[in-house]
Ligand binder design. Structure first.
Ligand SMILES: Nc1nc2c(ncn2[C@@H]2O[C@H](COP(=O)(O)OP(=O)(O)OP(=O)(O)O)[C@@H](O)[C@H]2O)c(=O)[nH]1
Ligand SMILES: [Mg+2]
Length: 279
């Protein structure tokens, strides 16, 4: 199976982001806590190398908490300030403001030396499609949706959300596409649902998922679906189809239907909280 994005979108989005980056002090990058490596675009690192950087592991509610801790340690060792968040419920979000201020310590000290007082820190949210950027912005800005409008000296049309007296947020997130260094990374991005399912083969994905879960979280599928696990993902999927009476005309097992709901259950955390990668 080949996983692909559309190069045209990518170039345009990247150019837009390069422009936006000129206006801000700190990049708040969102990754999916279940795949903190595959959902991170390496271009951000080079494009924003002079900016303060905060990394949010979003959808932490769907990930394995132990692995999330390990990933935070991994990225903190690389100089990021990190927070595990659930943008949907707002869990962890109240820490983000402090972390942003910490990340901008140098800038604030520089402002102070130059006698610049109370210039708010300007932040921008970036991430690959579907990691939860919009949900995060809504949750983060919940109480403070005051658009400060166009400011003199700032590119026309840019809107800033004044979060509090310290932080302003660019109200359009920067979107970059994931890089597929290899098929395994593409597979993981597909598994969390960040690639349009229409171009993917559900049974193949579900097969890979069953293999992964059986190997890394033994017992999870058995408990959820009441089936016996084995090393062959196809076999497990067939057992699930049988158990759930997914049948086509003539009594043939409907593997596609079974694959559909196994993927859906996984993506929504109904099988459990699993991380697909570890540092
Ligand atoms: N379980 C869970 N779901 C989340 C979380 N954050 C976002 N979502 C869901 O993830 C989906 C994508 O969220 P969006 O906020 O639209 O993601 P986005 O990054 O803005 O996506 P694009 O605009 O397409 O780039 C939505 O269905 C959200 O409800 C989270 O922390 N936990
Ligand atoms: Mg969005």
């Amino acid at each position: 199976m080949q996983y692909q994005w559309y190069p045209g979108h990518m170039t345009k989005a990247k150019r837009q982001m390069q422009e936006d980056l000129k206006l801000i002090d700190v990049v708040v990058e969102l990754v999916d806590a279940r795949i903190p490596l595959s959902s991170k675009n390496p271009d951000i690192q080079t494009m924003a190398s002079t900016k303060a950087r905060v990394l949010l592991l979003n959808k932490a509610d769907l990930a394995d908490p132990k692995k999330t801790d390990a990933w935070r340690a991994y990225y903190e060792a690389q100089g990021y300030l990190t927070v595990a968040v659930n943008a949907k419920t707002g869990l962890g979000i109240k820490n983000v403001n402090d972390v942003i201020m910490n990340a901008c310590e140098e800038k604030l000290a520089r402002d102070k030396r130059r006698g610049i007082m109370n210039r708010p820190v300007r932040a921008m949210i970036v991430g690959i499609p579907n990691v939860g950027k919009s949900t995060f912005i809504n949750a983060f800005a919940k109480k403070a949706i005051t658009k400060t409008g166009n400011k003199p000296g700032v590119t026309k049309g840019k809107q800033w959300i004044r979060l509090n007296k310290n932080v302003e947020l660019l109200d359009t997130p920067g979107i970059l596409w994931p890089k597929f260094d290899n098929q395994a990374m593409g597979l993981r991005i597909a598994l969390i649902g960040s690639i349009n399912d229409e171009i993917l083969v559900a049974t193949e994905l579900a097969y890979e998922l069953c293999n992964f879960l059986t190997g890394n979280y033994p017992g999870a599928l058995a408990q959820k679906y009441g089936v016996e696990e084995c090393a062959d993902g196809n076999q497990v999927l067939a057992r699930i189809a049988k158990k759930r009476a997914c049948l086509q005309k003539g009594g043939i097992l409907d593997l596609e239907k079974a694959a559909g709901f196994v993927l859906d259950d996984f993506r929504n955390g109904r099988i459990g909280n699993f991380s697909l990668e570890e540092p």
